[in-house]
Design a protein around this ligand. Sequence first.
Ligand SMILES: CC(=O)[C@@H](O)[C@H](O)COP(=O)(O)O
Ligand SMILES: NCC(=O)COP(=O)(O)O
Length: 252
Amino acid sequence: MTALSVNLNKIALIRNSREGNTPDVVAHGRICLDAGAQGLTVHPRPDQRHIRPGDVHDLAALCRDRDGIEFNIEGNPFAGPLDDYPGLMPLVLETRPDQCTLVPDSNDQLTSDHGFDLKRDGARLEPIITQLRDANIRVSLFMDPDLEQIGLAPEVGADRIELYTGPYAKAVTNQSADIESIFAAHCAAAEHTRQLGLGINAGHDLNLINLPRYRTLPGLQEVSIGHALTVDALNMGLDNAVNAYLNCLRGN
Ligand SMILES: CC(=O)[C@@H](O)[C@H](O)COP(=O)(O)O
Ligand SMILES: NCC(=O)COP(=O)(O)O
């Protein structure tokens, strides 16, 4: 079954709108793991609008204490340091997640909206990927379903790619005629990735409406889901929301 990694950014976003520690990000991470999620994801950004460096340390410790649980840190290795944000690489090398997903976001981006251009960024990513892999951290690259670009991922040393699912999710929401061609492009990208010997993750705006189709993507190993799952948790409770997504991934 495809693994579910719950992204906790939005829990931290609510906490940061007041002083204090409510909602408690670590306690909510624990609820997700107790409900059966196979991992936790965070995407610290240099402006620290949601996940802060302290959260990354605390969640790394939570995941380390549990057998078989994956901790995934996402972010741009070229962004920061900024004020008291140390930059992605120092944070990752200090906290040693199981996986680091590199994402080409600029500092002021509202959210992730494109994958890497490896023709442009490949050479400067290579030493970063080597450093992460030398620290026993699996490296995934956030990518659009572009076969030529994905073809460059093994050359820079990546273990996996994470397919950017934003346009697929938007097409499902808008019931657009493009759904078929977009999903077919993702399937072709997944097949190409498999032939290259790399693993396949996916994420961005996946939800209970668009996931039943997306979970059938050949070879899909992991989805990271935050925004929609947190919104669903407002209605269902966090443990029920995690279970609803796990059942969806099982095909129930
Ligand atoms: C990499 C990705 O797909 C992002 O969706 C992400 O991790 C979410 O970031 P925000 O929560 O800051 O929008
Ligand atoms: N990598 C995608 C992720 O972690 C969560 O994205 P979203 O579900 O918050 O859009």
